[in-house]
Design a protein around this ligand. Structure first.
Ligand SMILES: NC(=O)c1ccc[n+]([C@@H]2O[C@H](COP(=O)([O-])OP(=O)(O)OC[C@H]3O[C@@H](n4cnc5c(N)ncnc54)[C@H](OP(=O)(O)O)[C@@H]3O)[C@@H](O)[C@H]2O)c1
Length: 341
């Protein structure tokens, strides 16, 4: 029997509700593989579900964690396409903050010997989200201009890399001032969170506006991103970070975000040929499209075209500290948990 250690959200609340438990794993299902987890990725959504403001989360108590990397320790009797000892990155749905996970082999992607396991754990959610927006939905073209918010974060840094690989022209990134240098190193023109980014986007593009705007903030910020678009531009609404300004649930912030969400006018959109995409990987149902994108991303990483940036690695026992690090807007790139015993 395999023993595992995992994080559990016992109830909704601040980082203090995070518990670490040890338990025996049930026997492996014949159609699953078992992964000895080395690293688990932390996502902003994990914070939102901890405070109880994430609709797609399971009921409490549960173990969060969308993605892991590690080594296959056991293969179910019906699995023919994976072997014990293979190094993989996998999408878990939930349950990734754990020293061992069971998944369907189709949710895993085999890595080469020289693909770093920490870098690999930083790939699935951030790169799939960025790729899905810019490449699958946005059909980004050479020379296109792109506006990226939270530009120094997980999705932000991934989006900047994908935009560059696809030959984007101007890439404009907003973040806290302290991350200016980091954002510029990623090839973006930095805009402070306090600056008028609509004005900057217009002036950099000769008055036209940007071809793609990636908005994970929501509320009134989303309309500003729409205004930053050029005619024919595309806005991707993929988050609501303004809903949790602190470490705990805040009804006022949640209400304000919801109340200020723009109601787009289809006639105006038609006249300016603008598009607004709603994007949520957690509820995306076409697995084949997502799998193809993940395969392409893992390939690009193998070929050195994408380089996931790991900000910091916390021990599994310190998951609460890792959350506080993200709440405090400290991360530049991805935060991981080291789940090895
Ligand atoms: N729809 C989807 O499928 C999907 C998938 C992945 C991520 N997302 C969304 O994309 C956004 C980024 O996610 P991520 O996991 O890559 O996180 P992240 O960007 O690595 O980390 C959070 C960053 O967001 C900024 N931020 C803005 N408001 C914040 C707040 N209230 N509390 C803390 N940080 C705040 C901070 O950067 P600055 O201070 O520099 O701005 C912070 O460093 C989130 O809104 C997330 O929900 C959506």
């Amino acid at each position: 029997m395999t023993q595992r250690k995992q994080v559990v959200y016992s109830r909704k609340g601040g980082p203090n509700i995070i518990e670490i438990i040890e338990e025996e794993m049930p026997s492996l299902k014949s159609e699953h593989i078992r992964i000895d987890v080395h690293y688990a990725g932390i996502n902003f959504a994990d914070l939102m579900m901890r405070v109880g403001l994430y609709g797609a989360a399971p009921p409490f108590p549960f173990t969060p964690g969308y993605e892991v990397s590690g080594i296959i320790s056991e293969v179910g009797a019906k699995v023919t396409n994976r072997k014990v000892g293979e190094r993989v990155v996998a999408v878990t749905g939930f349950g990734g903050y754990s020293s061992s996970v069971d998944v369907n082999p189709e949710q895993s992607f085999v890595l080469d010997e020289d693909q770093d396991l920490a870098a690999a754990a930083a790939i699935p959610v951030t790169y799939a989200t960025a790729h899905h927006m810019l490449v699958h939905l946005g059909r980004i073209r050479k020379g296109d201009s792109v506006l990226i918010h939270h530009a120094a974060g997980g999705v932000g840094s991934a989006a900047a890399q994908i935009a560059k690989v696809k030959g984007a022209g101007h890439i404009i990134g907003t973040s806290s001032d302290i991350k200016k240098e980091f954002v510029e190193k990623l090839g973006m023109t930095h805009v402070s969170r306090k600056e008028d980014f609509v004005h900057v986007c217009k002036s950099i593009t000769g008055g036209k506006g940007v071809d793609h705007a990636l908005d994970p903030v929501g509320g009134e910020h989303l309309m500003k991103s729409y205004k930053a678009l050029a005619k024919g531009g595309k806005l991707y609404s993929f988050g609501a970070s303004s809903v949790i300004p602190g470490q705990k649930r805040n009804y006022f912030a949640a209400f304000k975000m919801w109340w200020k969400m723009p109601k787009f006018d289809p006639l105006r959109m038609m006249n300016s040929n603008k598009a607004v995409f709603g994007v949520h990987l957690g509820t995306w149902e076409n697995e084949e499209i997502m799998r193809e994108q993940m395969q392409e991303i893992v390939r690009m990483h193998r070929n050195g075209k994408l380089e996931p940036i790991v900000d910091s690695i916390f021990k599994l026992d310190d998951a609460a500290k890792a959350h506080i690090h993200m709440h405090n807007r400290k991360n530049r790139g991805k935060i991981l948990l080291d789940c090895r015993e």
